[in-house]
Write a protein that binds this ligand. Structure first.
Ligand code: Z5A
Length: 213
């Protein structure tokens, strides 16, 4: 398909769901198909947003209160949307973000028991109403996620140190968001091998991107 407008896709899931690995596999195919694309991660993607990311994920910041955390995620996103995402979409690029506002609803809203209605309003404010065209939610049990993360060698960040209960509430939050947005959010079973998951992802993407092959 030839894009006559930009396409905005987001990848979501609890930590360890494998979305970053899937994004890397997809990037390879986008490159081979010679498509114009931009890969982003949240929080991050601009100089200011990367500085906010450091504050958010630094293990030393244990005293951070949930309100501060919520506003920092929203601030990083506002900067990213206006500085990078909107201009790229205007230039007809495929923009794919590893996490976007569903992360805030799931982690801060459901995970931290903050007001989900307020968070959705804040999301709209921070993004100036920009919504992803499609979101791929990689669904995984907390037990499998913990098992996978246990095998990871690098140190965990501040949010990785949260409890199993927090991860479970976050996962249930994602499932609830997906149920309420069936047109936008595609749920992908992430309990399988990377190759099996990638085949599903490509099937879903076929409707909007021609990856060739
Ligand atoms: N956060 C928030 O609270 N609110 C917000 O609004 C936003 C974010 C935007 C960002 O951390 C943290 O901020 C995140 C949510 C919170 N915290 N947590 N917890 P990040 O950007 O550093 O990391 P991440 O987004 O959570 O993801 P990640 O570390 O990149 O992991 P992933 O994308 O979920 O998975 P992965 O790296 O692709 O895979 C994890 C491991 O599993 C790895 O060793 C793989 O080799 C392995 N893996 C992957 N797929 C498979 C399969 N299929 N089988 C077996 N093993 C696999």
């Amino acid at each position: 398909m030839i894009l006559n407008k930009g396409l905005f896709l987001t990848f979501e899931g609890i930590d360890g769901s494998g979305k970053t690995m899937q994004l890397e596999m997809l990037t390879e195919d986008l490159r081979k198909a010679n498509l114009k694309y931009l890969i982003l991660r949240e929080p991050g993607g601009t100089s200011i947003s990367e500085q906010i990311r450091k504050v958010l994920l630094d293990r030393v910041n244990q005293e951070m209160i949930p309100e501060t955390e919520l506003l920092l995620f929203a601030a990083a996103r506002a900067q990213l949307v206006q500085e990078v995402v909107k201009p790229a979409l205007a230039a007809k690029s495929i923009v794919i973000s590893d996490r976007f506002y569903d992360s805030t609803t799931a982690y801060q809203g459901f995970g931290r028991d903050m007001d989900v209605h307020f968070i959705q309003m804040l999301n709209t404010f921070a993004t100036q109403g920009l919504q992803p065209d499609f979101t791929f939610y990689f669904d995984l049990s907390v037990e499998t996620a913990i098992e996978r993360l246990g095998k990871r060698t690098e140190k965990n960040d501040r949010i990785d140190l949260e409890s199993k209960k927090f991860m479970e509430k976050t996962r249930q939050g994602y499932l609830s968001i997906a149920q309420k947005n069936p047109e936008r959010i595609k749920v992908i079973d992430a309990e399988r091998t990377p190759e099996e998951i990638f085949q599903d992802l490509k099937m879903e993407l076929k409707q909007v991107i021609d990856l060739g092959g």
